[in-house]
Design a protein around this ligand. Sequence first.
Ligand SMILES: [Zn+2]
Length: 379
Amino acid sequence: MRHLALTLLALSLSVPAAAQTAAARPAASVTTGASAAERRMAEFAAADAAYGEALLERLVNQNSGTLNSAGVRAVGAMMEAEFAALGLTSEWIDGASWGRAGHLIARHRGNGRGQRILMIGHLDTVFEPESPFQRYSRDGNIATGPGVGDDKGGLVVIIGALRAMRHAGTLANADIVIVLTGDEERMGAPVDVARGPLVEAAMWADAALEYENLVRDDGQDYGTIARRSSSNWTITATGNTGHSSAIFTPGMGYGAIYELARILDAFRRELPEANLTYNVALVAGGTPAGLDDSEEHASATGKTNIVPSDAVACNATRAPGCQRCPTYASTSARSRSRAASFPQRPSLASCGSPIASASREKILSLVHAIAIQRPSLVG
Ligand SMILES: [Zn+2]
């Protein structure tokens, strides 16, 4: 049954987007050295592209921003119908206890003699209902739309692989669990609850395949065996406030906005290293200034003659992972944390995964060092 995992992977590599035409698909890479069943699967997948594209269009046109719980559930219902048509049983796990829509888990019971396969995808996208980017479109071989690759394209590949397996007669004996999370782009909390079902499925499985975007370079497909972990931070700088005529004096300091700018610029100058990226996505400063609960919107009020008391910035950092991490770690490794008012040492909540914890500690050490270089400026 080792063949099965390889075949599924090959299918996922060869059908990265349903909009791809049969002519453009590198069928030779699937069929070279393949068994008769694998060739039947590859041929079916090539002929089944129109089904996949129609499904992709329906999935993409249903908004499922992570915080749009009704939309995430609607995409889950569409996938449940696909699984039911293939003879799989599905279970919706409500996400109220981690503050998100929930997860869909589908199961196919085989003969219990082969490898147990876990297929991982996600129902949500980063595009909430207020985003202007909502609809599917196609221009030649290029499909465009929210989640068309990440990860609704992946969901279509999962269905395409299962349909091909059924056609070739390889599905009947296969033991498969599919976990489609509803909060991959913005994980709920607590993390051990939010990722509990995925970890449980990973413990059951002998092999896991994750259906995020892959890379094609020069016509060659590349699989991913490890990914950088991702952490989101909020930096909050606070300062003394008063009339602007007193700024730069020992009693007043520089105000919160200069301090935040100093820290962010130090990030830019001092943190760079190979494979480490960190993006400042949102900044606000004033008297007062702050983020709402979603941390996607900021508000600020200020007068030109007032030294600002508050400044906030949202960051996303991606740090190198480790090769030993199981596939599911790429989905479960996201963590959220808040670096509270400097110069207190910021703390990161554990993400429950070993991935890149050393890198995170290094980043935190640097952040802390930057933050306390000039503590007298922080009110
Ligand atoms: Zn994704």
